[in-house]
Design a protein around this ligand. Structure first.
Ligand SMILES: Cc1cc2nc3c(=O)[nH]c(=O)nc-3n(C[C@H](O)[C@H](O)[C@H](O)COP(=O)(O)OP(=O)(O)OC[C@H]3O[C@@H](n4cnc5c(N)ncnc54)[C@H](O)[C@@H]3O)c2cc1C
Ligand code: SF4
Length: 291
């Protein structure tokens, strides 16, 4: 395997596609390569060409979760999502760009089963082990999107700048179909460069997980208030980050036999999140950012 160290964005883009992959912190990609779930002859190390750092509302895609979780310029919902993700070691390596593009944690997929998302005929989780799986958008694939950060960004209405376009973070994702089983709309030679993260009046991220640390969301609820109006998005409940139009939309869930409990947890967390952001800012750090 070849490792390229491009010194410009143009050079990086030129090297992408044709079976090569962008490498940022490597916390997701390296295990996938090791397990043969991703194949690449060339890795393109993008750390020197993708912006890193926070300036007002702008966040470089190479910024680590550890940097985001402590920066007072970052809205509370995103800081809380980062601080509850993975482990301190992983957060110091993992970037926000890489986090948005992580693959499903469904064990059938991770163990290389020829399941529907791998191009096969069957979603093995539906009749098999599916406690961590989806309650929305699970018609074909019942996997649950693992990114706390993506849910926070969807609730904030954040946008991305890539090497090809500007788009809402919500539009980075698509439910897989028989014709196209990708869950993102990113092209193989497209890089995420930067995010624009709006400042809400108040926001919060609440996460139900199996352990207090190093655990993906069973359900994550991101809530952000803009002009008195609350926006909600959920992690861990659908193959993509799930925008919840209102608390009542939880009634539209289509849980599997073993995931109905997630709808109850989501309802409880949504109620708590709404109560929390109805209050005045809860920390001096948020007061700076969310007056
Ligand atoms: C044990 C474990 C627990 C975790 N727990 C959580 C959790 O609870 N919540 C949560 O949200 N996340 C969790 N994560 C995910 C973790 O946050 C991500 O692995 C990390 O953020 C990925 O960033 P990276 O820079 O290491 O990406 P990489 O591994 O380098 O890349 C990941 C993917 O993104 C692509 N990529 C990276 N940057 C760009 C870019 N700028 N443009 C285009 N493509 C790009 C790569 O090509 C690759 O496909 C966990 C991970 C592990 C291993
Ligand atoms: S939930 Fe998706 S990834 Fe998991 S077995 Fe079913 S089709 Fe495959």
């Amino acid at each position: 395997m070849e490792l390229l160290q491009p010194s410009s964005t143009e050079e990086a883009i030129g090297a992408l596609g044709n079976g090569s992959r962008a490498l940022a912190g490597g916390t997701e990609l390296v295990p996938l390569l090791r397990d043969g779930l991703v194949k690449a002859e060339t890795l393109v190390h993008i750390s020197h060409v993708v912006p890193r750092g926070i300036e007002g509302n702008r966040v470089g895609a190479g910024t680590t979760l550890a940097e985001l979780e402590v920066d007072p310029q970052i809205p509370q919902v995103l800081r809380e999502a980062c601080s509850q993700a993975a482990s301190p070691q992983l957060r110091s390596m993992g970037t926000i760009g890489g986090n948005l593009l992580q693959a499903t944690r469904c064990w059938y997929w991770r163990l290389g089963f020829d399941c529907w998302l791998h191009g096969g005929e069957t979603c093995f989780a539906k009749d098999g082990a599916h406690r961590e799986h989806a309650v929305f958008g699970n018609g074909q694939c019942a996997s649950a999107h693992p990114s706390d950060i993506a849910a926070a960004l969807v609730a904030l209405g954040a946008t991305l700048r890539t090497t090809q376009r500007r788009l809402a973070v919500a539009d980075l994702y698509r439910l897989p179909t028989t014709e196209n089983r990708d869950v993102t709309t990113l092209a193989p030679d497209e890089l995420i460069l930067e995010l624009d993260v709006p400042t809400p009046e108040a926001s919060t991220y609440l996460k139900a997980m199996d352990r207090r640390k190093w655990s993906f969301p069973i359900v994550g609820v991101a809530a952000a208030r803009f002009d008195g109006e609350v926006r909600l998005a959920l992690a861990g409940v659908a193959p993509i980050p799930w925008k919840l139009d209102s608390p009542a939309a939880l009634e539209d869930a289509t849980p599997l036999a073993g995931t109905a409990y997630k709808v109850e947890i989501a309802g409880a967390l949504v109620r708590r999140a709404l109560a929390e952001i109805a209050l005045t800012p809860k920390s001096p750090a948020r007061a700076k950012r969310e007056p």
